[in-house]
Design a protein around this ligand. Structure first.
Ligand SMILES: Nc1nc2c(c(=O)[nH]1)N[C@H]1C(S)=C(S)[C@@H](COP(=O)(O)OP(=O)(O)OC[C@H]3O[C@@H](n4cnc5c(=O)[nH]c(N)nc54)[C@H](O)[C@@H]3O)O[C@H]1N2
Ligand SMILES: Nc1nc2c(c(=O)[nH]1)N[C@H]1C(S)=C(S)[C@@H](COP(=O)(O)OP(=O)(O)OC[C@H]3O[C@@H](n4cnc5c(=O)[nH]c(N)nc54)[C@H](O)[C@@H]3O)O[C@H]1N2
Ligand code: SF4
Ligand SMILES: [Mo]
Length: 758
C-alpha cells in the first residue's frame, strides 16, 4: 500500500526475513533520473501486530536490494566458472540438459531441496508444490529435517494434523517455560509474535514468571526470572519427570474444557513412572527439587504454557520431546485455553480450517522409505542428512540431478563437507537463489529471484503459528527489474520444462492449473463457504479482479477462509480487496479455543499417548548412559544480527566483533589450556575445524557452542563481504548419521566433540 507525495512516497511491508513478520515503513524517493530508491526503512508504528517493533535486520532490506553481489541475471557454469547469461540462454540450457537426466535415469534420479526462505517467500509457498509435481520425484528434502519436523510429527500423531501446532498464548499467560529457544536473538519460531522480547517482559510486568531451560545463559535466560541449565539432549527426560510429578502427585487435571476429548490418559501414569525427578536429575543435570518445583508451578499458575524450540527439536529425541511439551501443557490444564497453549485460526490457507472439523484421516509416516538407509518418509520428504548418500551410493534410483530452492545446504546441513563433494558428482544441478554462494557454486544453472522489495508478501505459513489471528498483505515496494521474472514464474517455468514443455513454456499454464485445483477442492468440500458453487463462476469472479499468480490464490484463500466473504456468502468477510484497505494489517483478534474442531484424528480425540511416543520412552531410558558419558558436547546458537547462512553479505550486519566463536566455560578452558581470543581444534566423528575461542561463564561446563551458517571462505562464490567475515562452518562437525528416527531430523544440538589447543 502506497501513499504518494511529489517525489517521496511511503510504503508498508511485512518483513520476510524471520518468523516475527514485523511491519516495516519504507520511504522511497525518486532521484533526478526518475529512479526510485529506498531512503529509509523503519518499524511501522501502526502495524496491528508489531506496533513499530523492528530488529537490526529489518532495515537491511535496502542493503540487500542494493547489494552488488545479489544476482541480477541467470548464471551458467562453463568450464568450472559461473558466467552471466540471459534468461533465454538459461532456460535453453535447462531444457537441453534436464530431460536427458530424466530420460537416462528416470524422474526418481532428481532430488529437490527447499530451504528456509521458501517458507518466507509467497511465490515459493504457493508454487513449490507445482515444482515437485512437475519434477515428478519423491526424492524431496527440505530444511524441515534440520529444524521443526519433530514438532509436526508430534502434532500429527496427537491432533491428527501436522500443522495443528499449539503456540504459547504469550499475551495472556501467567507462567511461561521456554526450552531450547532464545527469542531475544531469534525473535521466535513456530510462534509468530513480533517483539517476542517485549511480550516476555510484559508477562513479568503483569506479575507472571518466565523460566528458561537452556545449557547456555542466553539473552532470554538472562532476562528470565529463572535460568535452568540443562545437559544438552535431555529435555525429554526433564519433561517426562515433570509429567511424572503431575500425575504421581495428583496435580494433573486436563480441565473440563477438553476432558471429553482427551484419549490415552490412563496409559501415561505407568509410562512415566520410571522417570522420577530423582532418576533424571543426574542425566539432565537439573536437581530433583527444581524439577518438582517446575511441575508444581505449572499446576499452580492460573495459566501456564510450555514452549520448546530448536534446542529441543534438533536432538535425538526431538519428536518425543515435542510430544512431551504437549503432554505437560495438557496435564497442567493449559491446552487450548487462553493463557495456555493454543491454536491459531489462520485467516488464509490453513489446513486445519478446511474439511470436516473434529476428525479426519489422521497422520501417517513411512509411505515410502529412502533408498540407501531406509528412512521412513515424513510429510512427503526424507531426512536431508541422507541427501549426500543418495547422491553417492550407486544403484537404481541414485540421485543424478538436484534442484535447490532458497536453500544453502552446504552450510546448513550436517556433515557438510561430505555433501559438498557429493554435489560435484551430480550430472546436473539447478539453483533458484539470490546469490552465488557455498551451495549454488555447485549449480550448472542459477536462476535469480527478485529482491525482497520487488515482490509481494503474505505470511501464508507462519501466520498459522501466530499468537493472534492476523492477516497482512504487502504489495511489492519496487517494480521488478527489467527482464526479471517473478519467483513464481521462475518456479513454474522450471516445472514445465521438467514436464517436457520446453524453454518457451508459459508459466501461466501452471498458475491456472493450481487455482483451478484449489477451486475444485473447495467447491467439493461440504464445510467450505463455497460448497456446491460453480467453479467457472468463482474463477470468473476472481479473474475479474485482474490478479494472477500468488495474488489470485491469496484472494481465493482469504475469501474461502474462516473469515472470508465466501464470494458473497458473508458480506462482511475478508478478501484481497478488503486487505488492501488495511495497509497495516487486519487484526482478527486473540486466539480462540479450537478443540474439538481442529482435531483430525480418526477417533476425533486428542491422542495423548500414541504408541510411537510411549514406545520411544524405552529408547529414551536406554540412551541415558550415552547421553551422560560424553566429554564435550556441541550446541548451536543464534545472533540477532545474523540470519542462518545468507545475510552475511550485508556489511552493517557483520561488521564489528567476530560472532562466529566457540563458547567455552572458564573451567573447561582452564583445564584444557585454552585462552579467550585464542583458537581451538574441535573434532567430531565426521570432521574437524579450528575456531576462535570465547571464554564465558554463560555456558554450562562440558558444553561448547558454535553458531551455524558461517564458513564463507569456499572458492567459487561471489559474496565479497561474507568472505571477509568468513567464520567457520559448524556443520562440518555435525553428523549426518545422527538423527531423530521418528522425524528424520538431524541432531544439531548435543554433538559429541573433543577439543585441543590449536
Ligand atoms: N548446526 C546447525 N545447523 C543448522 C541449524 C542450527 O541451529 N545448527 N539451524 C537449521 C535451521 S533451523 C534452518 S531453517 C536451516 C536453514 O538453512 P537453509 O534452509 O539452507 O537456509 P539459509 O541458510 O537461510 O539459506 C537460504 C538460501 O536461500 C537464498 N534465498 C534467500 N531468500 C530467498 C528467496 O526469497 N528465494 C530464493 N529462491 N532464495 C532465497 C539465500 O541466498 C541462501 O542461499 O539451517 C539449519 N542448520
Ligand atoms: N537473528 C536470527 N534470528 C533467527 C534465525 C537466525 O539465524 N538469526 N534463524 C531463524 C530460524 S530458521 C529458526 S528455526 C529460529 C530458531 O529460533 P530458536 O529456537 O529461538 O533458536 P536459537 O536462537 O538458536 O535458540 C536455541 C537455544 O537452544 C539452546 N539449546 C541447545 N541445545 C539445547 C538442549 O539440548 N536443550 C535445551 N533446552 N536448549 C538447548 C541453545 O543454547 C540456544 O540458546 O530462529 C529464526 N530466527
Ligand atoms: S524481527 Fe527483524 S528480521 Fe524478524 S521480521 Fe522483525 S525486523 Fe524482520
Ligand atoms: Mo529454521
Amino acid at each position: 500500500m502506497t501513499e504518494t507525495t511529489s517525489e517521496m512516497r511511503t510504503a508498508t511491508r511485512t518483513c520476510p526475513l524471520c518468523e516475527a513478520g514485523c511491519g516495516l515503513e519504507i520511504t522511497i524517493a525518486r532521484d533526478e533520473d526518475g529512479f526510485e530508491r529506498v531512503q529509509r526503512i523503519r518499524g511501522d508504528m501502526d502495524d496491528v501486530f508489531s506496533h513499530g517493533f523492528i530488529c537490526p535486520k529489518g532495515s537491511t532490506l535496502k542493503q540487500l536490494h542494493d547489494d552488488p553481489d545479489r544476482l541480477r541475471t541467470p548464471m551458467i557454469k562453463r568450464d568450472g566458472v559461473h558466467v552471466a547469461v540471459t534468461w533465454v540462454e538459461a532456460w535453453e540450457e535447462i531444457a537441453a540438459r534436464l530431460p536427458d537426466v530424466i530420460d537416462g535415469h528416470g524422474r526418481e534420479s532428481i532430488g529437490v531441496f527447499i530451504g528456509n526462505p521458501g517458507a518466507h517467500s509467497l511465490s515459493a509457498m504457493t508454487f513449490s508444490r507445482a515444482l515437485l509435481t512437475g519434477l515428478g520425484t519423491r526424492a524431496r528434502f527440505s530444511a524441515s529435517t534440520v529444524d521443526q519436523m519433530p514438532r509436526h510429527v508430534a502434532a500429527g500423531h496427537v491432533f491428527g494434523s501436522a500443522v495443528a501446532v499449539p503456540v504459547p498464548d504469550l499475551d495472556r499467560t501467567d507462567h511461561l517455560v521456554i526450552l531450547g529457544a532464545n527469542p531475544y536473538a531469534s525473535n521466535g519460531s513456530l510462534c509468530t509474535a513480533p517483539d517476542f522480547p517485549g511480550r516476555l517482559e510484559a508477562i513479568q510486568g503483569r506479575g507472571g514468571k518466565v523460566v528458561v531451560v537452556d545449557p547456555r545463559r542466553s539473552r532470554t535466560a538472562d532476562h528470565a526470572d529463572e535460568w535452568i541449565s540443562i545437559r544438552p539432549g535431555t529435555d525429554a527426560l526433564l519433561l517426562a519427570a515433570i509429567a511424572q510429578v503431575l500425575i504421581g502427585d495428583g496435580l494433573a487435571d486436563v480441565g473440563d474444557h477438553v476432558r471429553a476429548y482427551v484419549g490415552g490418559l490412563e496409559r501415561l501414569g505407568s509410562a512415566f513412572a520410571p522417570f522420577t525427578p530423582e532418576a533424571v536429575a543426574s542425566p539432565t543435570g537439573v536437581a530433583a527439587a527444581t524439577i518438582r518445583k517446575m511441575a508444581q508451578d505449572l499446576a499452580a499458575a492460573p495459566t501456564a504454557a510450555v514452549y520448546g524450540r530448536i534446542g529441543t527439536t534438533t536432538t535425538e529425541f526431538g519428536s518425543t520431546t515435542s510430544w512431551l511439551v504437549d503432554v505437560v501443557n495438557t496435564l497442567s490444564g493449559n491446552l487450548d485455553r487462553p493463557g495456555g497453549s493454543m491454536f491459531a485460526t489462520p485467516v488464509a490457507g490453513g489446513a486445519t480450517t478446511r474439511g470436516r472439523p473434529g476428525s479426519g484421516k489422521g497422520f501417517q509416516v513411512g509411505r515410502g522409505h529412502s533408498r540407501v538407509s531406509g528412512h521412513p518418509e515424513v510429510m512427503g520428504e526424507y531426512p536431508v542428512g541422507s541427501l549426500a548418500e543418495e547422491i553417492t551410493t550407486p544403484g537404481a534410483g541414485r540421485l543424478r540431478a538436484l534442484v535447490t530452492l532458497a536453500g544453502n545446504p552446504v552450510l546448513s546441513t550436517p556433515n557438510s563437507n561430505q555433501l559438498a563433494s557429493a554435489l560435484d558428482e551430480l550430472e546436473f544441478m539447478v539453483s533458484i537463489d539470490l546469490y552465488l554462494n557455498e551451495t549454488t557454486r555447485h549449480a550448472d544453472v542459477i536462476l535469480p529471484v527478485p529482491s525482497q522489495l520487488e515482490r509481494s508478501h503474505y505470511d501464508l505459513l507462519l501466520l498459522q503459528f501466530a499468537i493472534r489471528n492476523v492477516a497482512n498483505y504487502s504489495e511489492p515496494v519496487l517494480p521488478l527489474a527489467d527482464g526479471q521474472p517473478d519467483e513464481w514464474e521462475v518456479i513454474s517455468k522450471l516445472s514445465l520444462i521438467a514436464q517436457g514443455l520446453g524453454p518457451d513454456a508459459d508459466p501461466a499454464i501452471i498458475d491456472d492449473m493450481v487455482i483451478d485445483g484449489m477451486i475444485e477442492n473447495a467447491v467439493k468440500d461440504e464445510f467450505s463457504n463455497v460448497f456446491g458453487r460453480e467453479p467457472y463462476e468463482l474463477r470468473g469472479e476472481l479473474d475479474a479482479m485482474g490478479r494472477r499468480g500468488p495474488e489470485r490464490m491469496i484472494d481465493f484463500m482469504l475469501r474461502t477462509g474462516p473469515f472470508g466473504d465466501g464470494f458473497g456468502a458473508n458480506l462482511d468477510g475478508t478478501s484481497m480487496d478488503d486487505l488492501l484497505d488495511y495497509p497495516h494489517g487486519r487484526d482478527f483478534g486473540a486466539l480462540v479455543p479450537r478443540i474439538p474442531a481442529i482435531l483430525r484424528t480418526p477417533t476425533g480425540r486428542i491422542e495423548l499417548a500414541p504408541d510411537v511416543f510411549v514406545d520411544d520412552l524405552g529408547r529414551l531410558a536406554a540412551a541415558v548412559p550415552a547421553l551422560t558419558e560424553r566429554d564435550f558436547v556441541l550446541v548451536g546458537r543464534r545472533h540477532l544480527r545474523s540470519n542462518n547462512s545468507w545475510m552475511h553479505n550485508i556489511d552493517v550486519l557483520v561488521k564489528g566483533r567476530q560472532r562466529c566463536t566457540l563458547q567455552v566455560h572458564p573451567d573447561d578452558a582452564h583445564a584444557l589450556g585454552l585462552n579467550d581470543g585464542g583458537v581451538v581444534r574441535v573434532t567430531s566423528r565426521v570432521g574437524e575445524l579450528v575456531a576462535p575461542i570465547e571464554v564465558t561463564d554463560a555456558i554450562r561446563p562440558g558444553v561448547v557452542s558454535l553458531p551455524h551458517g558461517w564458513g564463507h571462505d569456499l572458492p567459487g562464490t561471489q559474496m565479497r563481504v561474507a568472505a571477509e567475515h568468513a567464520g567457520v562452518n559448524a556443520n562440518v562437525l555435525t553428523d549426518d548419521q545422527a538423527l531423530d528416527p521418528l522425524s528424520g531430523t538431524s541432531v544439531l544440538n548435543g554433538i559429541p566433540v573433543s577439543l585441543e589447543p590449536a
